[in-house]
Structures are given as structure tokens and as C-alpha cells.
Design a protein around this ligand. Structure first.
Ligand code: E4P
Length: 217
């Protein structure tokens, strides 16, 4: 499973990239606003920090406008992945861009039928929003499960990018189902490393090691 971080905060991205375990980045207009930085400039900075795909979202709602914005965004770097909403115009744009070899992430997916359309449009990634689905009384993981089943039935190449991840259990469940990617806030990535028994184990081993009076090397 690939791990993407869902942020436009370059300090967070740099810290996680240093672990060698970060496979990409997703941003959206809300995260760009939160960064307080210029969209194109911060996207360029992010693209230089990671080798993997960096999703940058168009804001036009019509096909021609999306294509125009995508043209500007894909000039930033080779690892830019154009993010389009799951609408008729978004999918038309997806089809056109992936046909030319540009990576596309189809975002704001809330049903398995929408995900089926995204795959038919040749999407590189589809982003079902697990957390927002749960927040509204639906079962986000059931959505991931349905999409996995459909994509496997037809051997679609589109990668399932579990998005709107709120906590480590979402990551665990998505991994068990076989989502290809999980994008999550930096605090969720960091939480994956921790376990109270790991901390206690280190404490105990170090205490006993000190009692041996030895040193390594
Ligand atoms: C995905 O690409 C989105 O940026 C993101 O996961 C949305 O998450 P949210 O529901 O926490 O805003």
C-alpha cells in the first residue's frame, strides 16, 4: 500500500519524506488556503520534495476551463497529478488528460458507480472520501470494498486512493480491503509508527542494558 500525505505544509512533507516511506502528496484548495502560500509556488516546492505523484486540483467546473488549468499545473513538474472533481466535465477532462499520458486523480468520489465511471475514463487514481462518507452516516469502508470488487471484476488499472482518512483504523481497514493508496494528514501517518508497548519495551531494554555496564563499539 502506498502512503500519501494530505497536506500543503512543506515542513510536514519534508519531515515525512525523510523517513523514506512517503510515496506521494495530495492537496486540495482548502489545504492550499491553509498553507497561506501561492498555489503554483507551493506545488512546485512540494514536487521537489517527493518523487511520487503530487495531486494539484483544478477549480474550473467546465471542461475547457479544466483543460486550461491542467495545462498550467502540469508544466510545474513531471510528478504533478491533475485532480479533477467527479462530474461529467471532470471525467471528460480525465479521459482527455490520461489519453495524453498525464496522471489524473478523480476526487470527491462518494459511490461505487462514480468510481466505475472514473475507471472507464482512464483515471490514474480515484479518491473515495472515507471520513466524509462516515460523517454523513454512510459506511466509508463499504464503499472501498465495493470499488475493490468492481475494479477486480474488470481488471481496471485505476488505483483506489482511500482519502479523507481520519485515524489509523481507517488505514488498517483500507489496507485489509486492498486499497492501493491511503492519503492522510501527517498526524495520522505519525500515529501509525506508535505503540505503547513499543515505548515500554524500549524503556525496559534500555534500563537492563544500562545495568550491564556495556557499550556497543
Ligand atoms: C483527498 O485528496 C482530499 O484532499 C482529502 O483527503 C479530504 O479530506 P477531508 O475530508 O479531511 O477534508
Amino acid at each position: 500500500m502506498k502512503f500519501f500525505v494530505d497536506t500543503a505544509d512543506t515542513a510536514e512533507i519534508e519531515e515525512l519524506a525523510a523517513t523514506g516511506l512517503l510515496d506521494g502528496v495530495t492537496t486540495n484548495p482548502t489545504l492550499i488556503h491553509k498553507s497561506g502560500k501561492d498555489f503554483l509556488a507551493v506545488t512546485q516546492e512540494i514536487c521537489a520534495l517527493v518523487d511520487g505523484p503530487v495531486s494539484a486540483e483544478v477549480v474550473a467546473l467546465d471542461h475547457a476551463g479544466m483543460l486550461r488549468e491542467a495545462e498550467v499545473l502540469r508544466r510545474i513538474a513531471d510528478n504533478v497529478c491533475i485532480k479533477v472533481p467527479l462530474t461529467v466535465d471532470g471525467l471528460k477532462t480525465c479521459k482527455a488528460l490520461t489519453g495524453e499520458g498525464t496522471m489524473v486523480n478523480v476526487t470527491l468520489c462518494f459511490s461505487a458507480n462514480q468510481a466505475l465511471l472514473a475507471a472507464k475514463a482512464g483515471a490514474t487514481f480515484v479518491s473515495p472520501f472515507v471520513g466524509r462518507h462516515d460523517d454523513n452516516g454512510f459506511d466509508g469502508m463499504a464503499l472501498i470494498r465495493d470499488i475493490r470488487l468492481i475494479y477486480d471484476n474488470y481488471a481496471f488499472d485505476t488505483q483506489i486512493l482511500a482519502a479523507s482518512i481520519r485515524h489509523p483504523v481507517h488505514v488498517l481497514e483500507a489496507a485489509k480491503i486492498g486499497a492501493d493508496v491511503a492519503t492522510m494528514p501527517a498526524k495520522v501517518v505519525k500515529a501509525l509508527f506508535h505503540h505503547v508497548l513499543t515505548d515500554q519495551g524500549i524503556e525496559g531494554f534500555l534500563a537492563d542494558w544500562a545495568r550491564t555496564g556495556q557499550a556497543i563499539g
